[in-house]
Write a protein that binds this ligand. Structure first.
Ligand code: IPD
Ligand code: CA
Ligand code: CA
Length: 274
């Protein structure tokens, strides 16, 4: 059994504290579903409260570290090597609709390299954590990516582009689904990219792909997948932390998914020409 490093333990404590605040607010959201005004404003406040909790915890324990936070943005630290990458509530739409599948995600980058990640599934009380060289863990259980080799037996997770995304993003996704669905056992879209990656690390999904995510959606999950023996790369070979277009899975399944995504892209180019 591995223990987190001191900074890893701080990240876990911060995630748990934010989780307590989110769990309380989630109970309220269930009541607000039926109110006239609906829970939208309440949820954005819940999100901010959780981020405040994380920020307070982490700055107290590691003053000087920088931050990239979804709500607060970039906070420069006096320590230029270390920065936390934080999504206080990943799966906001689930949370808003009273669906118990949402997470706190905290990553740590040191000298430009991802070093540690914590993803806390609040509703299921599951803490996924990983640190470079210490492995990936779900509580006491060491995580390994799934060993499946055949795409036809694999369950693949993805994320759909949201309402405000470009027509092109929606068309790309439609082509990718068209290419993927006939090749695998099933596709899932559960609505939390951080948990999608944690579930790849835990072997619950064989692979996951999604385009144009943000650094806070994926920083922690990338460490989890890599430490669980999987690959987490950019779909088209670029820098995943820059484009946010991610493909994660085991070494056998990820390339097979990538091949289908390439076919989808080639089909898109062809369609534009004709
Ligand atoms: C979202 C979730 C979702 C993904 C979206 C993200 P949020 O994060 O990770 O699964 O499909 O692209 O924006 O808004 O709930 O923090
Ligand atoms: Ca997110
Ligand atoms: Ca968020």
């Amino acid at each position: 059994m591995s223990k987190p490093s001191p900074v890893g333990a701080v990240m876990i404590a911060a995630a748990r504290a934010a989780g307590r605040s989110l769990a309380r607010d989630f109970g309220e959201v269930e009541n607000l579903q039926v109110s006239k005004k609906g829970p939208a404003d309440f949820v954005s406040n819940a999100d901010l409260r959780a981020e405040e909790t994380i920020y307070a915890h982490l700055t107290k324990a590691r003053p000087g570290y920088g931050f990239v936070m979804e709500e607060r943005g970039i906070v420069e630290g006096s320590d230029k090597s270390n920065r936390f990458i934080v999504d206080p509530l990943d799966g906001t739409l689930n949370f808003l609709h009273g669906q118990p599948h949402y997470a706190v995600s905290i990553g740590l980058e040191r000298d430009g390299k991802l070093l540690a990640g914590v993803v806390f599934d609040v509703a299921k009380n599951e803490i996924f954590w990983a640190e470079t060289g210490r492995g990936a863990w779900l509580e006491q259980r060491k995580l390994r990516v799934a060993v499946r080799k055949k795409l036809s037996e694999s369950v693949i997770a993805t994320g759909t582009p949201w309402l405000g995304k470009s027509e092109e993003a929606h068309a790309t996704f439609a082509r990718e689904m068209l290419a993927m669905t006939p090749t695998c056992a099933g596709i899932r879209r559960y609505g939390s990219a951080a948990l999608d990656l944690a579930w790849v690390a835990a072997g619950r999904f064989d692979a996951f792909w999604e385009r144009t995510l943000k650094p806070w959606d994926i920083a922690a999950g990338i460490v989890l997948v890599r430490e669980a023996g999987g690959v987490a790369t950019e779909i088209d070979g670029g820098d995943v932390m820059k484009t946010g277009s991610i493909l994660a899975g085991n070494e056998d399944i990820a390339p097979q998914v990538q091949e289908q995504l390439r076919l989808a892209a080639a089909f898109g180019r062809q369609a534009k020409l004709t």
